[in-house]
Design a protein around this ligand. Structure first.
Ligand code: NAD
Ligand code: UGA
Length: 407
């Protein structure tokens, strides 16, 4: 089957690779000419484990272009960013649908972008000759290829039975396939992200209490996570969540609800707690003008170079405003910060190092290195991940919700 994927970011590119894996011919369209040229030469525009190999393996089935082809099936994977008022900006999605309609008025159009509940139905009303479906994407950055190849479920939101069957074949998997209407598929996507964000904010609140009462949140998370009704995932306390999706999806959902006169109290609270969590890390740093802070890890999570809504960047901005000297290090992400090529250089002469992203090499920084390079070996672990936490040597260690280790 020949499929066209529009937008070659994390979702579009990884989806295209998945379809090519299944021996479909895929035409990938993107406005970004440079990105298309690089992809045509087998160069991945994003840092993702296994992506270059996957591109090479599927080279003969993937075409990259800036021109929209005539196609029977279009998958939309363009961005749906946050507007200033918190709502979801659908302008790219709308522009793409309009173009598809002008090229192939009876095409099947599958939404992979995250769009607010009701969007697909509205588009169906505006373009009755197109056949729409909503198939939300659940991959995580950093493990995108693996997640795409081993999904937990595929949600197919379509009224058109024939299209639903085509999509069941197209996204063939051993995981459960759930057939629903498009609005339910859209809400399922937002509910999943919101629930994960609630779990993170929940454990971050417990972490703050653990600091007060002298408990260890890591052990609490382990203890509660053993209950299968709770589960161990997404109970890692730290500097809070960031990334291209949780913050903007929560804003979109809570804004949509508010516009309908409804308050999503739990989800709104998760967002407030996340904001407070960054302030909590800032308070642990105890910033003052002239202090030199080294931020270790800048991407919003390990395994990616994505800096969208990265907590490290938000922290850097606040520190810089307070007159603090900030140096940074990240193995993949490139920023405008005073970014160094190595951990050694980033922490050299620093008063304090703060772990913001749990990359393997950052988790493994030795106490000896910190003592040798830093002005004073003080480590705030914003991800509770440091490998030497129980043998810190002369390092003054402070995690989030776990007893300090001071020598
Ligand atoms: P992205 O920003 O990485 O990529 C979007 C791509 O679309 C860009 O390459 C851009 O040039 C292209 N584009 C924009 N307008 C276009 C147009 N009119 N025609 C052709 N190309 C166009 O985005 P992403 O992170 O892949 O996210 C895409 C959607 O998927 C969003 O709705 C997001 O919420 C959702 N999503 C993302 C993830 C993730 O992990 N990043 C996971 C699940 C769902
Ligand atoms: C998240 C979801 O996990 C995906 O299922 C979803 O498809 C995607 O959003 C999306 O819609 O874009 P992603 O943002 O790539 O994926 O990464 P996560 O692993 O979910 O991490 C998000 C943030 O939460 C990171 O900043 C991470 O550090 C933080 N986090 C995660 C915690 O602070 N604690 C945890 O226990 C887990």
């Amino acid at each position: 089957m020949q499929v066209t994927v529009i937008g070659t970011g994390y979702v579009g590119l990884v989806t295209a690779i998945g379809l090519a894996d299944a021996k479909h011919d895929v035409i990938c369209v993107d406005l970004n000419k440079e990105r298309m040229e690089r992809l045509s030469n087998g160069i991945a525009p994003i840092t993702e484990e296994g992506i270059e190999e996957a591109l090479q393996q599927n080279q003969s089935r993937l075409t990259f272009t800036t021109e929209y082809p005539v196609s029977d099936l279009y998958l939309i994977a363009v961005g749906t960013p946050e507007r200033a008022d918190g709502s979801c900006d659908l302008s790219a999605v709308e522009a793409v649908v309009k173009l598809i309609h002008s090229i192939q008025p009876d095409a099947a159009v599958v939404m992979k972008s995250t769009v607010p509940p009701g969007t697909t139905e509205k588009l169906q009303t505006v373009y009755p000759s197109l056949r729409f479906a909503m198939v939300p994407e659940f991959l995580r950055e950093g493990t995108a290829i693996r997640d795409m190849r081993n999904p937990h479920r595929v949600i197919i939101g379509a009224h058109d039975q024939q299209l639903a069957e085509t999509l069941t074949d197209l996204f063939k998997t051993n995981a459960p396939i759930v057939h629903v209407d498009p609005t339910t598929a859209e809400l399922t996507k937002y509910a999943a992200n919101s629930f994960l964000a609630v779990k993170i904010s929940f454990i971050n609140e417990i972490a703050r209490l653990a600091d007060i009462v002298g408990a260890d949140v890591e052990d609490v998370a382990h203890g509660i996570g053993l209950d299968p009704r709770i589960g161990p995932a997404f109970l890692k306390a730290g500097a809070g969540y960031g990334g291209s999706c949780f913050p903007k999806d929560i804003a979109a959902l809570t804004t949509l609800a508010q516009q309908q006169g409804e308050h999503l109290h739990v989800i709104e609270a998760a967002d407030r707690t996340n904001e407070a969590q960054l302030q909590y890390v800032l308070d642990k740093i105890n910033p003052s003008p002239g202090l030199h802070v080294a931020l270790l890890g800048l991407a919003f999570k390990p395994g990616t170079d994505d800096l969208r809504d990265a907590p490290a960047l938000r922290l850097a901005e606040r520190l810089t405003k307070m007159g603090v000297t900030v140096t940074g290090y990240d193995p993949a992400a490139k920023t405008l910060l005073d970014q160094k090529e190595s951990i050694e250089e980033a922490v050299a002469g620093a008063d304090l190092a703060v772990i913001m992203t749990e990359w393997d090499e950052i988790k493994q920084i030795t106490p000896e290195l910190l003592v040798k390079q830093m002005k004073s070996a003080r480590l705030v672990d914003g991800r509770n991940c440091w490998a030497y936490v129980n043998e810190p040597g002369n390092v003054q260690y402070e995690g989030i919700g776990r007893p300090n280790k001071t020598f």
